[in-house]
Ligand binder design. Structure first.
Ligand SMILES: [Zn+2]
Length: 304
């Protein structure tokens, strides 16, 4: 199970519980319903805390599976192009770091922690407020249904806020963490292994419109991956990834987020280049499909 799948299960459980608690039984006025549901909030909050606690094992498993997949892919690449059987890198720390990162922005925002209001609490209260404001003659049940569908189909939000104030939805945030972690492990296993076996020069293929940090590297085609102080005279003749202008491993630098320049054996053929990043892209490509499935799930829950 991927981390994204683990959180999809959690989101589904929380929203399903929210719909159950908000349900209108047809026997009270909307004001009575609202008072009663506000009292029931602590029930939902307890459920969220238990669900996240219970699912921690699932999240840990998701992280471990994603790392194992990255290690497998890069080990095949190394064996295929360089013929090295053993890879060099222990990613235990990366797994712990990813779990801490997820906990920090997701658990804290879903759970209501004084004085911060969790996003689950905000969503729940907003549905109650909107139902009270609605003065149409429609059946209370229908009003609630419409409001819940609109509000809940947005999904849950995390504590991660962009610089322009946009708060990230749970699925987008988890996708991004998974991708970032996957790519990080991928790069580290590759660079450590090549360093261990004394590889100094690798090949990079050309992309249209490379980032500034990569332009000189891809124009050269062959690049040096060991620091100048350790490089042989021959390797020193090529652009070196450790020179500051290439911003090695920085987000907007070479081997940073979405750099897409994989390192290849000097004899590698161009058609091998895209294969490595296919796995990285697959989560992002399926994000919109997942939203459609999510909306259908919310509708099913509301109509039962
Ligand atoms: Zn690049």
């Amino acid at each position: 199970m991927s981390i994204v799948q683990a959180y999809e299960v959690i989101e589904r459980m929380i929203i399903s519980e929210m719909i159950d608690i908000l349900h209108y039984d047809g026997e009270s006025t909307i004001e009575e319903w609202a008072d009663d549901r506000r009292e029931k909030f602590s029930e939902l909050n307890a459920f969220v805390i238990t669900t996240l606690g219970y699912n921690n094992r699932r999240i840990v498993q998701g992280v471990e599976d994603a790392i194992a997949e990255a290690e497998q892919l890069i080990s095949e690449h190394i064996q295929d192009e360089w013929g090295f059987e053993e890879t060099q890198y222990d990613s235990t720390e990366d797994a712990e770091q990813a779990i801490n990162f997820l906990n920090k922005n997701i658990q804290r925002s879903l759970i209501s922690v004084f004085p911060r209001i969790g996003t689950v609490e905000q969503l729940y209260n907003r549905v109650i407020d909107l139902a009270l404001e609605n003065d149409s003659d429609d059946e209370i049940k229908e009003i609630l249904h419409a409001i819940m569908l609109t509000e809940l189909s947005q999904g849950l939000q995390t504590g991660f806020v962009q610089s322009d104030g946009i708060r990230w939805r749970l699925d987008r945030y988890v996708n991004e963490v998974e991708k970032y972690m996957y790519q990080g492990v991928f790069e580290k296993v590759l660079s450590n292994t090549l360093k261990f076996y004394g590889v100094e020069l690798v090949k990079v293929f050309k992309y249209v419109n490379p980032r500034d940090a990569c332009e000189e590297l891809q124009n050269s085609g062959i690049i040096c991956i060991v620091p100048r102080s350790e490089a042989s005279e021959k390797a020193k003749l090529y652009p070196n990834i450790h020179d500051p202008q290439h911003k090695y491993l920085e987000p907007d630098g070479h081997s940073g987020i979405n750099c897409r320049h994989a390192w290849h054996h000097l004899g590698a053929q161009e058609n091998k280049a895209s294969k490595l990043y296919k796995t990285l892209d697959k989560n992002i490509l399926s994000l919109e499909y997942k939203r459609m499935q999510f909306m259908r799930m919310v509708e099913r829950l509301l109509n039962r």
